[in-house]
Ligand binder design. Structure first.
Ligand SMILES: C[S@@+](CC[C@H](N)C(=O)[O-])C[C@H]1O[C@@H](n2cnc3c(N)ncnc32)[C@H](O)[C@@H]1O
Length: 198
């Protein structure tokens, strides 16, 4: 994502679904300003604690309108691995489009549709998928939304964005890689959409 975003110096940025603020911190160092938003109060507390320079922290559910951000006041909306928690994208993408300046960028990463495909009964239907992730030996049930690849792209286009490119990031395969690394080097797992406001 950072390579796709490139130089963000001097930009006004929204980090949509920022969690503990990795991108807000990395981009905020050189940006003009960052609005770090997330629905989770706990995540907002973690970002607040970091006292990041140039970063405004605000709890916000992306399913709701961003009415507190003015039209055409943002240069870059970054949303990393957050949009797949939303069932409906239309209103959220329309809001990203509204707050961006013409030509402003929208860079989003989501679970790849091929990654969520085995978790659902119908690839072609947007639907909730549940996976079990083991972290430090503890199993966690995690739910998100599967959407077919065509919906990912067509929803972005329908909101008025032009798609510059799609990236299917992969780890560089190397000898001695763990099973997890091998999977990330050989199977589609994430999808990055690099778009701009027309
Ligand atoms: C996997 S984390 C991604 C964090 C961060 N963007 C990153 O890449 O490091 C997903 C985040 O999306 C947030 N999220 C999920 N649904 C949301 C919603 N409806 N509105 C805002 N944030 C949401 C979660 O609270 C969580 O912090």
């Amino acid at each position: 994502m950072m390579r796709v975003i490139g130089d963000a110096s001097g930009l006004r940025i929204v980090d949509a679904g920022c969690a503990a603020g990795y991108y807000s911190a990395a981009l905020g160092a050189h940006a003009a300003s960052v609005i770090a938003l997330d629905a989770s109060a706990e995540m907002m507390r973690l970002v607040e604690e970091k006292r990041l320079p140039n970063v405004l922290v605000r709890r916000h559910d992306l399913a709701e309108p961003l009415s507190w951000i003015a039209d055409a006041s943002v240069d870059l909306v970054v949303s990393s691995l957050a949009m797949h928690y939303l069932e409906t994208w239309e209103g959220t993408l329309r809001e990203f489009h509204r707050v961006l300046v013409p030509g402003g960028r929208f860079v989003m990463s989501v679970h790849h549709s091929a990654m969520t495909d085995p978790l659902v009964d119908d690839y072609f239907r947007v639907q909730r998928a549940t996976d079990v992730w083991t972290i430090d030996g503890v199993k966690h049930e995690v739910s998100f939304y599967h959407r077919p690849l065509s919906s990912v792209i067509n929803d972005v286009l329908a909101a008025g964005f032009a798609v510059r490119r799609m990236i299917e990031p992969q780890l560089t395969a190397r000898a001695g890689a763990s099973a997890e690394e091998h999977r990330l080097a050989t199977r589609p797992w994430f999808l990055i959409v690099d778009a701009f406001r027309q």
